[in-house]
Design a protein around this ligand. Sequence first.
Ligand code: 4AD
Length: 475
Amino acid sequence: EDSKKIVLEEDASLDKATRVKLFQLPEYRQKRVRVFGWVHRLRSQKEIIFIVLRDGTGYLQAVLSGRMSQTYHALTLNLESSVELVGTLQEVPEGKNAPGGHELIVDYWKLHGSAPGGDDAFTNRVNEKSDPSIQADLRHLVLRGETASSILKLRAHLLSAFRETYVKHNLTEVTTPCLVQTQVEGGATLFKLDYYGQSAFLTQSSQLYLETCLASLGDVYCFQESFRAENSHTRRHLAEYTHLEGELAFITFDDLMSHIEAVICDTIDILLARPAAAALIKQLHPAFKAPARPFLRLSYVDAIKWLNEHKIQRPEEDADGNTIKDADGNDKMVDHAVGDDIAEAAERKMTDIIGTPVFLHGFPAHLKAFYMKKVPGSGAGRDAFTESCDLLMPNVGEIVGGSMRIADSEELLAAYAHEGIDPKDYYWFTDQRKYGTCEHGGYGLGVERLLAWLADRFTVRECVLYPRWPGRATP
Ligand code: 4AD
């Protein structure tokens, strides 16, 4: 009852408090500051309340004592309430730990928005031990946690470091459409929608549009969401992911792989040189080391040999693509042969044993998309090999897919026909070969996969704000 009567007022005779964000605090020792944020941790001891405040830019320990801790709002304060704290920033006494090595001795504070206690308390809802689907439903609250927010901050650094790298390499950023009427990576994974009575798709890749920019803007890149209606429940597949794609004119296949390697290594160097980003990497992935250059290059044919030498087999399939079971009901395993797809499980084992980034290159045409350039003299049609590469990273597997593109009109028309694609819809893409063709190539990088590698995450679902996978598009 008494507590309801205590009303705090800010003491106007004190120094004026400077309004700051928590990341700025190191410059404000011994000064009076005003901060806003959410109650991240809360502990009461006799007449003192310790708060760890969070504002998205950092954390701050604050001490409420005397009248500060005796108000009605102080006695009923719960985690995740939003508050305004005013006080003097002091170094913590020796032997005590607090974020940044300082704490705020509060002389005035105000509740902005309360949060419930009891059954509905934050910690009762967001519980690391709860079922993954409940955690997914509560993603909007999970994001407030230290790990989730650190991953997203590192993601922001990663995107800006990539942009810095592309300035250095003279690629121009473009923004490509999401609503499209052509496929790039096969009809099976297209999300179809009604578009003013016509059919359209959500984009799978901006590659074809980037190719049209070469003669206009020179080398280009984009960050765009790509959509894949894959029925894949794996730890590296999303239905919507952030796709970083680049396209370069007048290059060779060797130039393409060197460029991909340089972009990734330069970007990692930028991150490690930025104190805030380096600290996040250290927090999330203490053992992370920048990969050595050059990256290992392994041809597809040599990779098949490597798999067989290391006794990494694949499940045998019947003509319809169904796995064949042995007498015990387990998948019947067989050696790999040239022409086989290297499936995710085998690829992952191989990358983990090799333990460094690997470029796999020269895949058979029948395993890859229609637009890929054939290795000169490697055969015709399906049996030919392509100037294609996948960059594999330990713990994640494929993070980049790239290739040189068919530069010749006739060859491209034949590739459409083989794929059952109506060339009519692709007139604008074909025109690139008609009006001054050039040898060119490009790549797509899955931002969430790169981040899973960099931040040592088990799944790409942790590396995106609101992950989408089969059956899930909420929150
Ligand atoms: O290998 P993909 O399908 O290649 C392309 O789309 C090319 N058209 C890109 C280009 O050359 N411009 O996809 C490229 C990368 C993959 O290596 C992977 O990192 C990521 O995109 N990716 C996915 N990431 C998360 N979830 C999915 N379902 C993904 N599918 C591809």
